[in-house]
Design a protein around this ligand. Structure first.
Ligand SMILES: [Zn+2]
Length: 205
């Protein structure tokens, strides 16, 4: 049985991993998605690195592309980095200029992780907002809106932004149809539907 004090429940991230994630989110023209490694220390989950893989920014990138992930994991294994593969327990993505929330697709992605023992998800945006969810699957427990604390390391963070910039140029293809635009279109359709419903109600009165 797990007991949670939700008020004090939090996940930690190293300043290095945080700087990388912030740089990726800031540098990507629209949404971007990646994974990360998590270690457990004294009952605390600590995110200690984040990664991006080859991707195209499009309305569907918020769904993790299984092929691209398998490619990414295969490369890690070929490089003898099994230790990293075993600790991949974070999915993070950005909503670019849009707010941070879990879309239906995001929820489906989190539900499909089925990780043992835990999976952590983060959605961020260019304003620096982040929403964190911690998920257990057996039994299924989802703890949303978890605090994210930063651990200071001795690492030099000066080159992170430049390195992330190079990596984004190599790995991220921009698509003319971003998630943000897609949401906007959905909202417009919703509004149109509401107007149509109102017209139909008036007609039926
Ligand atoms: Zn999302």
């Amino acid at each position: 049985m797990k007991y949670f004090n939700l008020k004090s429940y939090h996940v930690m991230i190293t300043d290095e991993a945080e700087a990388k994630m912030n740089a990726y989110i800031d540098l990507a023209k629209e949404e971007i998605s990646g994974l990360g490694t998590v270690r457990e220390e004294d009952g605390l989950y600590i995110i200690d690195d984040v990664f991006i893989f080859n991707q195209t920014c499009s309305p569907t990138t918020t769904v993790l592309d299984q092929d691209k992930i398998m490619e990414f994991i295969t490369d890690l294994i070929n490089d003898g980095k099994d230790e990293i593969v075993n600790r991949l327990r974070l999915w993070w993505h950005s909503h670019a200029d849009f707010g941070v929330f879990w879309s239906g697709t995001d929820r489906n992605t989190i539900n499909s992780m089925n990780a043992d023992p835990v999976w952590i998800s983060i959605v961020g945006n260019k304003r620096g907002n982040k929403l964190v969810s911690v998920d257990y699957y057996n039994p299924r427990i989802s703890i949303d809106d978890v605090n994210l604390g930063v651990i200071k390391t001795e690492k030099n963070l000066d080159n992170i932004y430049e390195n992330c910039k190079k990596e984004i140029e190599e790995k991220v293809n921009e698509s003319p149809f971003g998630f943000y635009k897609n949401i906007k279109r959905e909202k417009e359709l919703d509004e149109m539907n509401k107007i149509l419903e109102e017209i139909m109600e008036i007609e039926s009165e």
